[in-house]
Ligand binder design. Structure first.
Ligand SMILES: [Zn+2]
Length: 212
């Protein structure tokens, strides 16, 4: 049994009910994104955007499993969809929105993967939040590019970055505040990240002409 979070006091399926149930936010985000995609693309919906929405829902399912079972296999169910989402969003942005070639995009992706590997070397720093450093840095860089490049909903990605900063703050302090607030603050990370994923994916769905 893995006990990473403040809310969990022991083994058992239902030892983190709030951390488990707040993953429904990701399902809600996926449903809202799907409705938006239908509005933006009434006929042919781009596969890369459908894929991102499926991943948002998968993140909710994987994280829900992890906070329910708290076992190593469930941890991978949590980690893998998040990583695939990051890679997919980054690749789609670089190729479709930034219009970069396959070679340059692949180089940047490798840089991102190397940064992920490096941040994984210090798993205990900041209550495990160091592993999100490459993700938050990428959202900031893409956000600056998006704000400069787009005219429609241009602040969406920088908005996602701002919410991500707040959610990472609550994730990092989960165990520190445990004595005075036994529920912990990890559930705030879930709820705000539902918003982060919604804003980041919306930024790609609302761009006109990138997926023709
Ligand atoms: Zn979680």
């Amino acid at each position: 049994m893995l006990d990473e979070y403040c809310e969990r006091l022991g083994p058992g399926l239902w030892a983190e009910p709030v951390n488990a149930l707040t993953n429904l936010v990701f399902i809600l985000a996926a449903l809202l994104l799907w409705r938006l995609l239908q509005q933006q693309y009434p006929q042919r919906r781009p596969l890369s955007l459908r894929w991102l929405i499926v991943l948002v829902a998968s993140i909710g399912v994987g994280s829900g499993l992890y906070h329910t079972f708290a076992t190593p296999w469930a941890m991978w169910m949590d980690v893998i969809p998040i990583l695939i989402f990051q890679i997919s969003l980054l690749w789609t942005y670089l190729r479709r929105l930034a219009g970069l070639g396959a070679l340059v995009s692949s180089g940047l992706m490798m840089l991102f993967m190397a940064a992920n590997y490096a941040s994984g070397l210090v798993p205990d720093w900041l209550n495990g939040s160091m592993m999100y450093a490459p993700a938050i840095a990428s959202v900031l860089l893409l956000g600056l590019d998006h704000a400069r490049r787009q005219s429609c909903e241009r602040w969406l990605l920088l908005g996602a970055f701002a919410v991500f900063c707040v959610s990472l703050f609550f994730r990092t302090l989960d165990n520190q505040w445990c004595e005075i607030w036994p529920l912990g603050t990890h559930f705030v990370w879930h709820v705000l990240n539902g918003l982060v994923l919604y804003l980041a994916t919306r930024a790609l769905i609302t761009v006109r002409g990138a997926f023709q």
